[in-house]
Design a protein around this ligand. Structure first.
Ligand code: SAH
Ligand code: MG
Length: 190
């Protein structure tokens, strides 16, 4: 795992922070999660960490970048979790995923978060949960006016729009946690 963390750092790949991983693993154990859908595999780090919780866990994960996809495949084999993780090389917005999941983890392009949420909520079990990462975006979401770059400001605005979308959502109740880079846990209202 140290090697994956070092690789991610050297290649600027935004893998989940340690406390975020611990939160996910803990959530999986506590809620007996077995079926997981992940949007944004990168090099497979978070998927492997989740698969290692126990052998009953099955993960479908989607990655659109070729190089990262190949790196992920290699890593999944290295950790011997290839039976548990199915990785799809494609844009998540172009993939039709079959089946229902206990946990959907959204960790891909921040500007598309509302689209991912709206698309994949149909793959959620009635008492399932959608967890989204990077809602603090390195603390930038709280000080948007200080951001000099126009593009970055636009992206941060999109993340804030997503937060508003979650807060005002009639179907889901969301809890915002200050873990890692900011996590949202959204549960379908019963
Ligand atoms: N979950 C990983 C980190 C993911 S980084 C971990 O913690 O280990 C985000 C990844 O999402 C990037 O590799 C990026 O290529 C991918 N991505 C972004 N938008 C995407 C999309 N629309 N469909 C599929 N993958 C996407
Ligand atoms: Mg992330």
């Amino acid at each position: 795992m140290d090697r994956l963390e070092a690789y991610a750092k050297a290649n600027n790949i935004p893998i989940m922070q340690k406390d975020g991983i611990l939160f996910l693993q803990d959530y999986i154990k506590k809620h007996h999660v077995t079926k997981i859908l992940e949007i944004g595999s990168a090099i497979g780090y978070s998927a492997i960490q989740m698969a290692l919780v126990n052998e009953k866990i099955n993960i479908v994960t989607i990655e659109r970048d070729q190089n990262r996809y190949h790196e992920a495949l290699k890593n999944i084999k290295e950790f011997n979790v290839q039976k548990q993780i199915k990785i799809i090389l494609n844009d998540a917005l172009d993939v039709r995923v079959e089946g229902e999941f206990d946990l959907i983890f959204i960790d891909a392009a921040k500007a598309q978060y509302i689209k991912f949420f709206e698309k994949f909520k149909h793959n959620l079990k009635p008492n399932g949960v959608i967890i989204t990462d990077n809602l603090s975006f390195h603390g930038l979401t709280e000080k948007i006016d200080d951001i000099k770059s126009k593009n970055l400001r636009a992206l941060v605005r999109k993340i804030n729009n997503y937060k508003e979308f979650l807060i005002n959502n009639q179907e889901f109740t969301t809890e915002f946690l200050k873990i890692g880079d900011g996590i949202a846990v959204s549960q379908k209202k019963l």
